[in-house]
Design a protein around this ligand. Structure first.
Ligand SMILES: [Zn+2]
Length: 479
């Protein structure tokens, strides 16, 4: 087991990771609200969670990674006002809210696949866990942490003196602004656990509950994460991830609910938060057109999804990334350069027994990754290693494969990945290159130089080409 260090939002310090159960780690990641396509900025948080999970596996831990899908209860304002995002999408698209959720959940996982984000151990939907959420609210009610208004059941944050500690919220400062209309809320920071369906309106997603005198309703956004993390990881678990925008409200409320419900403190030992992707002008452009800047928008601009993954790894997850044409094209170029290096190494057999010099690269790489996921430094080690004159090509290949456990570019297939993209409309150049290789292979076979013909075949495979020999000659197609 390697030593893992992580920056904990609770303490604002880098700490040595100590698992609750030796050799195991439980991680909960706040998943997407599936009311629209995911913006590439949203996807950054999932690339980060993916690297975290891969890092733990590489460090020798057994990972139990849980991610939720918010398919109900997330209101437009992020607070307790405004319409449910799912209902808004339903109006926009003219389909049932359940269909909206299904559609965008599918789209989300398609994007994950394109970005090589591994599916978590368990993916759980809020709408599949309504009973668990109701039970949790009941417990909070029994313990006196809630009150009911004309539109729902609320958590009384005044009853939890530690409220807002992680976010370092200035509660008094907030309270001074109390002149703001609180409506029926007792405190500005109080939040909805359960909302009643609007009178005279039938929602697609609504459930019977013990509150509201027969009125159906739906859970607030925050309770789902408390209920599902408890369901799958218990009342005390290792790591919780999300974006930094979750700190002041969503995660602050999760902590309040979970700690008060289970009398456990802390419920989560390490809170990890990833920073934003700042879209700058690119963001403004997409906003004015009303489009979401998605993975497929990138693709339409000729940028491979994995190049976006590369861009994310060039920065520390806690730093903001400034998105620009220059940045994304730079990442694309770098990844293509990596692909061509792999292509040159692809016919070599990796060396299993590494020299001490080669091992030092591996040690460095792992040390950077296990120290608060320093992927940028990890990539720098990779480039230094590839340029090194004092290790063999076979060792380089072996190291690349090992680094790829974290980077997840599916490194051996990178040349084919780019060749395939270029040849979605196959260029004449590529066709000529393939035909020439096939002719060379034919000659080699006629001369019984099987080592050479095999090497050419491997080269074709690395270009993503499948060849078929028959009595009529050799045909080829892209994998
Ligand atoms: Zn959450």
């Amino acid at each position: 087991m390697k030593t893992v260090k992580l920056f904990n939002t609770l303490t604002r310090k880098q700490e040595n990771f100590r698992p609750i159960e030796a050799g195991k780690v439980g991680i909960y990641t706040c998943g997407p609200t599936v009311y629209s396509y995911a913006h590439i900025g949203n996807m950054r948080a999932y690339i980060f969670a993916d690297i975290l999970s891969r890092m733990f596996t590489k460090a020798g831990f057994k990972v139990n990674h849980i991610m939720n899908i918010t398919d109900v209860g997330h209101l437009v304002s992020d607070g307790d006002d405004g319409a449910d995002k799912m209902e808004v999408a339903k109006q926009r698209e003219g389909i049932n809210a359940w269909k909206v959720a299904e559609k965008y959940t599918k789209e989300f996982f398609k994007d994950c696949e394109e970005l090589h984000i591994k599916k978590p151990t368990t993916v759980c939907k809020a709408t599949d866990h309504i009973d668990q959420q109701i039970n949790m609210i009941k417990r909070l009610e029994e313990k006196g942490f809630t009150y009911t208004t004309s539109d729902g059941v609320y958590f009384d944050t005044e009853k939890f003196p530690e409220y807002g500690e992680m976010a370092r919220l200035d509660i008094e400062g907030l309270e001074q602004g109390k002149r703001v209309d609180l409506g029926e809320k007792h405190n500005k920071t109080d939040f909805a656990l359960w909302k009643f369906s609007p009178k005279d309106e039938k929602r697609d997603m609504e459930w019977e509950a013990p509150w509201g005198e027969g009125r159906k309703g739906f859970p607030g956004w925050h309770i789902e994460c408390s209920a599902m993390s408890y369901e799958y990881l218990g009342k005390h678990f290792d790591v919780h991830t999300g974006g930094i925008d979750h700190i002041p409200v969503h995660h602050t409320n999760e902590i309040a609910q979970s700690e008060c419900c289970h009398d456990t403190s802390p419920v989560v030992n390490y809170w990890l938060h990833s920073n934003f992707l700042n879209m700058g002008d690119a963001g403004k452009m997409s906003k004015s057109k009303g489009d979401v800047f998605t993975v497929s928008v990138l693709e339409k601009q000729g940028i491979a999804p994995l190049s976006y993954r590369y861009l994310c790894l060039t920065a520390h997850y806690r730093s903001e990334i400034q998105f620009s044409d220059e940045a994304i094209h730079g990442a694309d170029k770098a990844l293509r350069r990596l692909a061509s290096q792999v292509e040159r190494l692809s016919t070599i057999t990796p060396e299993e027994n590494l020299s001490d010099t080669a091992k030092a690269y591996e040690t460095d790489f792992i040390k950077f990754i296990t120290t608060d996921l320093n992927t940028a430094a990890g990539l720098a080690v990779m480039w230094k290693m590839l340029a090194a004159g004092n290790i063999s090509k076979a060792e380089k290949l072996s190291l690349l494969k090992s680094f790829d456990d974290i980077l997840a570019f599916d490194i051996m297939n990178l040349p084919a990945y780019f060749a395939k993209r270029a040849n979605n409309n196959i260029s004449e150049d590529f066709k000529n290159k393939v035909e020439a290789l096939i002719t060379d292979r034919k000659t080699a076979r006629e001369e019984k130089d099987y080592a050479k013909s095999d090497a050419i075949r491997d080269k074709l495979v690395s270009l993503g080409v499948v060849i078929e020999d028959s009595s009529e000659g050799t045909t080829w197609r892209l994998k």
